[in-house]
Every structure is written in structure tokens, then in C-alpha cells.
Design a protein around this ligand. Structure first.
Ligand code: CP
Ligand code: NVA
Length: 333
């Protein structure tokens, strides 16, 4: 099975088949086991990885850094203010230079075209650590977490509620459709996925025989869900839309009443993080000052509930990124 995966880069989900996704998720579980039992897995000995980040990150940056280092590679972080990228040097020229020195490039930023161009011109593996459109490495961790919780993701219904047109919602929609998992996007009409992404998901789900439901009706969208997933209401770069988003999304908050609408007693809660679930952040304090609320997309009790696995999900970012690096850049075979 592993030998079937001969892709080099990981730019967006639709470049990957169900079998390829599953190869990565299963390998991640194996590497997690190896780490726990201190079984050596230095598949990246002698490699040097660049982390080219235009946006902030806690989990993705740490996951790439620790995964690569534990497998024997060294890592260089190149923040947006450290490089000439886009200011005095094109993406093409930057890609050629980085590709001549590094063995792989992780990119986080705004435009999907940037990560695609890095892959096109660098001649080394490139991994998308989030763009405005997609967050594919997040998906590997999410489906590993679902599999660990239920033993499988087959036959499950995954529901994203909130800003249904952001990178995480797009990725969850398309990945579920590839994997044959039923997926619901519950969002107000103006925050539903672009029609192009909806039609992509519909056509993938026809092939995988899964269900896609995109609705603004909370009761209909949440009923029967095995997983409730949400994300911040303002993604990075959209903070100036806070007032509008609060007004149109306040009814879509994940709280215990909403969890009860699933009609199931073992529904899992997931969130890619960071989350605005209390007042211990500047954003949380601002929301309290502006709207008088103590949380935004998820209440603190749901965030901390037994059925919430957000920190396991975050930890799985490292194990899944290990699998990705080992497969596309390491000496695994
Ligand atoms: N979930 C996620 O991508 O987190 P960071 O923004 O901290 O990397
Ligand atoms: N949608 C969020 C995800 C953060 C991991 C953002 O883009 O800011």
C-alpha cells in the first residue's frame, strides 16, 4: 500500500485519492506507536526543510519542526519579513533558490497560487500548511483523531458549523467526500462554500457514494452528526469583519444545546484551534468588550467536555506531518 503513494507534494486534497489519504493516516498511527515505544524512525536523516510562513502559526509550525527534527532533519524558519519574497523577488525565483538548497518546503500563507508555484519551480516536495482556500495537513490529523475515537470514520457523519467558506470547512468538505464520509456544512447562506467547491464535493461524493448536505438550517444540519467541528469566525486576515461575523454567526455557536441536537450520545467535538472559548485571549477580551460574550464559536463547557478531543487532534498534527514528510521526502522505502 505504501508504495502506491508516489506523490511528492501535498498542496490540496483533490490531488490525493482515498487510498493515498488512508496510507498517510495509517502510517501516522504507526509512527505514533513507534514514538511511544521509542522505536527509531529517522527517515529524514541529513535532510534540511524550509518553513516559509506568511501567517502566524502555533501547531503547524511546531508540528513540522518537531516531526522533521525527530526524524533526523534540520529545519529553518523563514518568516515573511525575513525574505525578499514578493517584495524584491518573485515566487518563481525564490522557489528555484530554495529548491537548490533545501530538501523540502512547508508553506503557510494567503494565496493557493503561491504554494502551487513553489511546487512548480522548486523541484523539491512542497507541503501546504494552510492557504486562504485549503488546510490539507489539518485533515490528516482530523481523520486520524476521528478514527482513534470511533475506531473508524467509515459510515460516520462529520458536520462543520460556522464560517462554512473558510479553508478548514473547504478542506473538511472535500476530504470527507474523497473518503466516502457523509459531510454536512451548516452555515448562513452568505458563508457557504463557493459554488465551485460545492460542485467538486458533490462530484467526489457521487464517486465515493457519500452524502453532502450544505444548509443554513441548524436542526437539519446537526441531526445525526457523529462529529461536530467548528473553527474561528474570523480567519487570519479577516479580523476587520468581526462585527458582521458575530451578527450572522451567533446562532451557529457550538454549545451544549446544539450538541444535544445531534440526537446521539457519543458525538465527538473537534476544532482545529486556536479557539475563542474564554476570556484568556486578547480576541476573547475584545469580544466581551464589544458584544458582552465570554466565548465565540464554542462555549467553554463544550471545549473542555469529555467528548472534546481538540488537544489530541492538535497533538496528531505532529504524527500526521511525520507521515507526510517520511513518505514524500524521506527514505521510507
Ligand atoms: N490548526 C492550526 O493550523 O493551528 P496553527 O494556526 O496554530 O498552526
Ligand atoms: N480558518 C483559520 C484556521 C486556523 C488554523 C484561519 O485561517 O485563520
Amino acid at each position: 500500500m505504501l508504495k502506491e503513494l508516489n506523490k511528492t507534494s501535498f498542496l490540496k486534497e483533490i490531488d490525493f485519492s482515498k487510498a493515498e489519504f488512508e496510507t498517510l493516516i495509517d502510517l501516522a498511527a504507526e509512527l505514533k506507536f513507534k514514538e511511544k515505544h521509542q522505536i527509531p524512525h529517522r527517515y529524514l536523516n541529513g535532510k534540511h526543510i524550509a518553513l516559509l510562513f506568511e501567517k502566524q502559526s502555533t501547531r503547524t509550525r511546531s508540528a513540522f519542526t518537531v516531526a522533521a527534527t525527530k526524524m533526523g532533519a534540520s529545519v529553518s524558519y523563514l518568516g515573511k519579513d525575513d525574505l525578499q519574497l514578493g517584495k524584491k523577488e518573485s515566487v518563481e525565483d525564490t522557489a528555484i533558490v530554495l529548491g537548490s538548497m533545501f530538501d523540502g518546503i512547508a508553506f503557510r500563507g494567503f494565496e493557493q497560487k503561491t504554494v502551487e508555484d513553489l511546487a512548480k519551480y522548486s523541484n523539491v516536495p512542497v507541503w501546504n500548511g494552510l492557504t486562504n482556500e485549503w488546510h490539507p495537513t489539518q485533515m490528516l490529523a482530523d481523520f486520524l483523531t476521528i478514527k482513534e475515537y470511533f475506531g473508524t470514520y467509515e459510515g460516520k457523519t462529520v458536520t462543520f458549523i460556522g464560517d462554512g467558506r473558510n479553508n478548514v470547512a473547504n478542506s473538511l468538505l472535500v476530504t470527507s467526500a474523497i473518503l466516502g464520509v457523509d459531510v454536512h456544512i451548516v452555515a448562513p447562506k452568505e458563508l457557504q462554500p463557493d459554488l465551485e467547491i460545492q460542485s467538486l464535493a458533490h462530484s467526489l461524493s457521487e464517486d465515493s457514494r457519500s452524502e453532502v448536505l450544505i444548509t443554513d438550517n441548524i436542526q437539519e444540519g446537526v441531526y445525526g452528526s457523529d462529529v461536530i467541528y467548528t473553527d474561528v469566525w474570523c480567519s487570519m486576515g479577516e479580523e476587520d469583519q468581526l462585527d458582521t461575523r458575530f451578527n450572522i454567526l451567533r446562532d451557529y455557536q457550538v454549545n451544549q444545546n446544539l450538541m444535544n441536537l445531534t440526537g446521539k450520545n457519543d458525538t465527538l467535538f473537534l476544532h482545529c484551534l486556536p479557539a475563542i472559548h474564554d476570556l484568556n485571549t486578547e480576541m476573547g477580551a475584545l469580544c466581551f468588550e464589544k458584544f458582552g460574550v465570554t466565548c465565540m464559536e464554542v462555549t467553554d463547557d463544550v471545549f473542555r467536555a469529555d467528548y472534546s478531543r481538540v488537544f489530541e487532534q492538535a497533538a496528531n498534527r505532529m504524527h500526521t506531518i511525520k507521515a507526510l514528510l517520511a513518505t514524500t521526502c524521506g527514505n521510507l522505502y
